[in-house]
Design a binder for this molecule. Structure first.
Ligand SMILES: C[S@@+](CC[C@H](N)C(=O)[O-])C[C@H]1O[C@@H](n2cnc3c(N)ncnc32)[C@H](O)[C@@H]1O
Length: 392
């Protein structure tokens, strides 16, 4: 092989490349990346190359089609980096470019013996692996820069992975051929918002417009600054109340994790009106039904505060999931993380399924709601979408 473009043309198009590393920047600039690592990945079943730019304290990623990777790597070797190692199963190719621009390509015996596992969708226990530094986890202090999870943050790491597994399972329900709009209501410190962005944009190659919304100005400013540090261009944070949030006409996925009491209902109402393809919600502090529920039959249970509280929380989740089913979602209730870590561990996962129910589900719901003697927020909020609209 005489030229870099001949080498790139031979190793990139059919996925022969196992790994590549570009190093030795021509100019030593403060804050610039010093190495670019390249590996093939499958995104939506299409071969891509992931370029990982290594800076002093962070790594950013870019997923490119083989043609775009060809153009980018050619440009990098022509203008920015003076050394590279391309590894295939047949041979390694060491590229050296002199200061005057003269290129030498040395073919060596292969050091890689196994083809890469290209799929990000392969089933594994964790979506994010320990041992591989993930920039947002390093910035949030969950991992060190070697990819080791700090002992005190292990529960957080497991929670993040559990959440991502639940997202992974519903990926087919999301539009695959255009930019996705996602809103995370009550995002707080946003560990899971950053995780979602990393997983969907960096690992899965989706184009994204993600917004995290919260009432707390200081937390939002911090998250916005972190998103800029990480170069997460499609992730932004806004200060505001869920009920007043009107930035979009349509949203593909709505997340609401531990937003307090009826803030969750306000988020669910928005999701339904936006026609979201998927909703993930972990309710919290379900006070509303606690104050409303009345039933002589349930007196032995309701007379104990602790039982009444738990019952009201479970009944709220039952009401919400049934209402989502009625307006056209397929709803599952899943254990978010182990009970030992928090009792607020039920995740409502709803995927848009099509036609709203007009009969049996509504009957079940009405019977249950009448038995509770309650008037749930979400029912009132969605009244125009429910079969009761004409009969109440
Ligand atoms: C318990 S934190 C959960 C944070 C994050 N979602 C998580 O699960 O780690 C709840 C967050 O919801 C926010 N919140 C509560 N009510 C809200 C509302 N009406 N509008 C926007 N944010 C709200 C709070 O400010 C708080 O940051």
């Amino acid at each position: 092989m005489q030229t870099i473009n001949e080498l790139l043309g031979a190793v990139l198009p059919e996925g022969k490349l196992v790994t590549a590393t570009l190093s030795q920047p021509r100019r030593k600039e403060e804050g610039a990346y010093t190495k670019v690592a390249v590996k093939p990945v499958l995104l939506k079943n299409e071969l891509h190359y992931q370029l990982a730019y290594h800076y002093e304290k962070k790594v950013t990623h870019d997923n490119l089609t083989p043609d775009d990777a060809f153009a980018k790597l050619s440009d990098l070797l022509e203008n920015e980096m003076r050394q590279a190692l391309f590894c295939t199963l047949e041979a390694d190719y060491q590229v050296l470019i002199s200061k005057k621009g003269k290129t030498g390509i040395l073919k060596k015996p292969p050091t890689k013996k196994e083809a890469p596992n290209l799929s990000h969708n392969r089933k594994k226990t964790y979506v994010l692996d320990e041992g591989q530094p993930v920039p947002f986890l390093v910035e949030l202090g969950v991992m060190n820069d070697k990819g080791r999870v700090l002992a005190a943050k292990y529960d957080k790491f497991r929670q993040i992975n559990r959440f991502l597994e639940m997202v992974r399972d519903i990926l087919p329900a999301l539009p695959q051929d255009r930019k996705l709009t996602i809103v995370d209501f009550g995002c707080g410190k946003s560990y899971l918002t950053f995780a979602l962005y990393h997983y969907l944009a960096v690992q899965e190659g989706f184009e994204l417009n993600v917004v995290g919304l919260d009432l707390k100005a200081d937390v939002i400013e911090h998250c916005e600054a972190l998103a800029r540090t990480l170069n997460y261009d499609g992730l932004h944070f806004r200060i505001g109340d869920i009920a007043d949030y009107n930035e979009f006409d349509a949203v593909d996925m709505v997340i609401t994790l531990h937003a307090c009491d009826t803030a969750t209902d306000a988020a669910l109402e928005k999701a339904v009106r936006w026609g979201a393809s998927a909703i993930l919600s972990v309710p919290c502090c379900q006070h509303e039904l606690f104050a409303q529920v009345r039933s002589e039959t349930l007196e032995p249970l309701l007379s104990h505060g602790i039982l009444k509280e738990r019952f009201a929380a479970l009944a709220t989740d039952a009401v919400r999931s049934k209402l989502l089913d009625i307006v056209g979602y397929k709803t599952q209730l899943l254990e978010f993380i182990d009970m030992e870590h928090t009792p607020k561990n039920i995740l409502i996962r709803a995927v848009k399924s099509g036609e709203p129910d007009t009969g049996a589900l509504w009957q079940e719901y009405e019977t249950f709601r009448n038995f509770l003697g309650a008037e749930p927020y979400l029912e009132n909020a969605l009244r125009d979408r429910l079969p009761s609209a004409s009969t109440l």
